[in-house]
Write a protein that binds this ligand. Sequence first.
Ligand code: TYD
Length: 195
Amino acid sequence: MTFEGVDGSGKSTQAELLRDALVAEGRDVLLTREPGGTEVGERVRELVLDGPEMTPWAEAALFAAARAELVARVVRPALDRGADVIADRYVDSSLAYQGIARGVGVEHVLELNLHVVQGLMPDVTVLLLLDTAEAGRRVGAPDRLERAGADFHRRVDAAYRELAERFPERIVAIDASRPAAELSELIRERLRSRI
Ligand code: TYD
């Protein structure tokens, strides 16, 4: 399953809380974070988050490269051994940020990514929705993408809402403005029948 949302929506905290809850039930759980998690992925992370300005297609291709490594080396082996995988960002991040907000085109980015992950899409995606001004206040030291400006963040927020309408069977959208512990319970409730 994957967690998605704008920067500052609290998805990393929620992904960790869900991981902890599943581990407490005795399940074998892997939590991944993108970009990163492999040697190539960590280098891509530096380049894309702290590097120079680049074209939207370069960004899409770099995130895809990091994802290819992560899926092949980490996610697939974990699924093959029967573990549950929770991903803090996955294909929907590229669809929202590069495909829609940066204008590469959602169909192009989806096609690229479906090849990259060899068709491996999440069973369920938790989309945390939060007013972009509130999310902005929660972000600490901003990286290159987080500095992109309020307009860009509003486009990402709108992009995620568009994706939720397009993939209603997979994406569970949840209001993320409540306190973390309460939100975590709500997420588990909404996922109960699906995981
Ligand atoms: P983020 O989840 O903010 O990582 P961290 O909290 O560790 O800094 O992700 C980093 C940024 O990368 C974020 O602004 C979203 C962006 N991003 C994309 O634009 N496309 C992608 O495919 C992914 C995975 C991330």
